[in-house]
Design a protein around this ligand. Structure first.
Ligand SMILES: Nc1ncnc2c1ncn2[C@@H]1O[C@H](COP(=O)(O)OP(=O)(O)OP(=O)(O)O)[C@@H](O)[C@H]1O
Ligand SMILES: [K+]
Ligand SMILES: [Mg+2]
Length: 679
């Protein structure tokens, strides 16, 4: 994991702030949002009253010290839970503060309708305004470049110091407020109003201002509340039962028992786990728009990945020119060059470079009066219509085939064989045509990123289906798919294919994740359960997605899924541990409590605790300190291993279920030994 934005995870400041907030959170009006801990707080007030007026609560004046001690332990229990949450929130806030430093008021060069420039404060800019940004200027607001090209330093947001080139038109035209123009000048149309910028949204997100309980969290809270209600009933019915067998149980003891039984451990750590999960994503330079998105990432069944740039390096470079149909190599090379003179895609530039390196020259006036046909993902062709009427094109096999046929031309016999050769190497063949005649093929070479095979293996182990989507021909797609080890592929894809695949998968009940950067991708990003947009992409893509990767690394989706899984696993593991713990505590202390007055129960008292009072105190102390002990796990997440959901469940049940059953017996016995040696 690379960590670019350096923030101390556990600075003194964060811890001190969290301690202070643990007290602020004691306010019952805040506390009720955590029902399990709220019950503990209410219990604490009752035991406090029982300390002051013991006789009203079934205690004697001898037990005032015991009541006070229980009150104190309950108080600490609530504080510990508050501390866990406050600590997680504090770390998020520290990140927000670093972001806020980026957001300073700047002066903007507003271009008025008459073309003159007026200096205004960045906070006064409105959606639709056009501003001029020159070298050295801080871009005053989020927007789209409508004119020009510039090198931009985005380190304030991404932490990445290498400048990026942004230009009008296409998928790299969006700029973010707070970033700096290093060279050249651009005209930017502002796309957001004050307070709604990308940076604003990021700050709100990491500050947790917008943090809402995710559906999973709500469901789990409901379970915890149900358990709490059940135990309240159980404990309340103990009272008449005890009375019936002439065992005196005070209200304080009943409350202590209740607190031991209700799921306080997970109740105390639940929100910290959620916040820490989001925080881990942020530290990984991905901004998630909601906790729900991070959790959805953990539940993903299907992942859609682009081929070029995601699975392969994506700097598809021209490697060779191959003539077909009896044409000469010089001829293909020449027209490949001509077709690419105005092609600014990396592919186009690499063709120009290679042809020039081979010594091919074009007449100086060749571009005079020529019409440029730009490459698009729909047409999959690019080229020039020269002034003398010559039409030069290069493009994908399927599109060129269509084109030649529509012009009444025919395909050379050896074309298909040569195309296959390149495709079998995982390369991309671009077919060069002059008018209606196919001259040859440009071999664009691309390589699979190292480690991809391993990653896909891991994804399969997690039970995630991967689908590679590419505009490339089926054979190249197949070669790359097999080599990388993806499960399925879609070749010659059109932009709408992605959304169709997502809908198909979702209809089968699967959750789908995808990455994207283009405006083309926006509908699919919105449709996907997890849509990760690249920061380098268009504003439309970023707005449609529920996560943005500041490093613009499309393979990061794999890590995001792992972080989501880890979040769900951590929650599951600690819930299992918590409930197992409570069950064990029940068996550990109930016999001790009752055996005091009912000696026949003594056979059940396997713990042999020193006294019923010590048993209750030990259990309650154990119940309290287990919360801070588990805070590091809640924050860091349980160790994550790629494996199927079922295998994971079994493993967790073994470790955290069994561990949760055993831990209290050891912990309580130890505390009991300490207590009995002190008193
Ligand atoms: N500059 C270009 N001029 C003409 N044709 C091109 C050019 N670049 C790519 N092509 C053709 O268009 C096809 C689609 O390209 P596109 O970039 O849309 O998708 P891709 O990069 O192959 O797939 P992915 O979705 O994985 O990025 C390519 O496979 C290639 O055949
Ligand atoms: K408990
Ligand atoms: Mg592409």
């Amino acid at each position: 994991m690379k960590r670019k934005r350096e923030i101390k995870t556990m600075s003194r400041e964060i811890v001190l702030g969290a301690i202070k907030n643990s007290f602020v959170k004691l306010n019952p009006l805040k506390m009720y949002k955590n029902p399990v801990m709220f019950v503990v707080e209410v219990g604490m007030f009752i035991t406090l009253l029982a300390t002051i007026f013991p006789t009203y609560f079934g205690s004697t004046y001898d037990e005032v010290g015991y009541n006070a001690l229980i009150t104190f332990i309950l108080f600490v229990t609530v504080l510990f839970a508050n501390f866990a949450e406050a600590l997680a929130e504090g770390r998020g806030k520290a990140q927000a503060d670093t972001l806020k430093k980026t957001k300073k008021e700047t002066m903007a060069k507003l271009i008025k309708s008459d073309g003159s420039i007026k200096m205004v404060k960045s906070s006064e800019l409105k959606k639709g305004d056009i501003v001029l940004c020159e070298a050295g200027d801080i871009i005053p607001a989020d927007g789209e470049i409508i004119e020009g090209l510039a090198a931009i330093d985005e380190s304030a947001i991404t932490g990445e110091s290498a400048p990026v080139i942004k230009e009008a038109g296409g998928d790299f035209s969006s700029v973010t407020g707070g970033t700096k123009v290093i060279s050249d000048s651009i005209k930017v149309q502002v796309t957001v109003d004050e307070g709604e910028s990308f940076l604003d949204r990021m700050i709100k997100m990491v500050e947790g201002a917008k943090r809402q309980k995710s559906p999973n969290e709500i469901a789990l809270t409901t379970v915890l509340v149900s358990l709490t209600i059940i135990f309240i009933i159980v404990v309340m019915t103990l009272y008449p039962m005890a009375k019936f067998v002439h065992v005196r149980i005070s209200a304080t003891t009943l409350i202590a028992l209740l607190v031991c039984l209700i799921p306080t451990t997970i109740g105390g750590l639940l929100s910290a786990i959620g916040i820490a999960g989001m925080d881990r994503v942020t530290r990984f330079n991905v901004i998630a728009m909601s906790g729900k998105a991070v959790e959805a990432a953990g539940d993903i069944d299907t992942m859609l990945l682009d081929k070029t740039g995601t699975i392969t390096f994506g700097n598809r470079l021209a490697a060779d020119f191959i003539p077909v149909g009896g044409h000469k190599k010089e001829e293909v090379t020449y027209y490949a060059l001509v077709s690419s003179l105005k092609d600014l895609t990396p592919e186009g530039r690499s063709i120009v470079d290679l042809a020039k390196k081979m010594g091919v020259k074009v007449p100086e006036d060749i571009l005079d009066g020529a019409e440029v046909i730009e490459f698009t993902a729909e047409t999959r062709m690019s080229g020039l219509n020269l002034k003398d009427g010559t039409i030069v094109r290069k493009g994908s096999y399927d599109k060129v085939k269509e084109y030649v046929k529509s012009q009444g031309g025919s395909l050379p016999d050896d074309l298909e064989k040569e195309v296959e050769k390149i495709a079998l190497l995982g390369g991309t063949p671009l077919i060069v045509v002059k008018d209606k005649e196919v001259l040859g093929i440009i071999y664009l070479k691309d390589t699979i990123k190292p480690g991809m095979k391993e990653r896909f293996k891991q994804l399969r182990a997690m039970g995630i289906k991967t689908i590679m989507v590419t505009g490339d021909n089926p054979l190249t797609a197949k070669t790359i798919a097999e080599e990388a080890g993806v499960d399925e592929f879609i070749a010659e894809s059109k932009p709408e294919d992605k959304i169709n695949v997502i809908k198909r998968e979702q209809a089968a009940g699967r959750l789908v994740a995808m990455t994207g950067d283009g405006t083309n991708d926006a509908p699919a990003l919105a449709q996907a359960d997890v849509g990760l947009a690249m920061n380098s992409g268009t504003m439309a893509a970023k707005e449609a997605a529920n996560m943005v990767d500041l490093d613009s690394d499309p393979t990061k989706i794999i890590e995001v899924v792992a972080i989501g899984k880890q979040l769900l696993m951590t929650r599951g593991a600690l819930t299992t541990f918590s409930i197992a713990n409570d069950v064990a505590k029940y068996f550990a202390i109930l016999p001790a409590i009752i055996s005091g007055t009912l000696p026949s129960i003594r056979v059940l008292d396997i713990m042999k605790l020193s006294s019923p009072t010590s048993a209750i105190l030990s259990a309650l102390i154990f119940n309290a300190i287990i919360i801070p002990i588990l805070i590091p796990i809640a924050m860091r997440g349980v160790k994550y291993r790629p494996m199927s959901a079922n295998a994971l469940l079994l493993r967790n049940l073994l470790i955290y279920g069994l561990g949760g059953l055993i831990a209290p017996f050891i912990g309580i016995k130890l505390i009991d030994l300490i207590i009995s040696s002190i008193f």
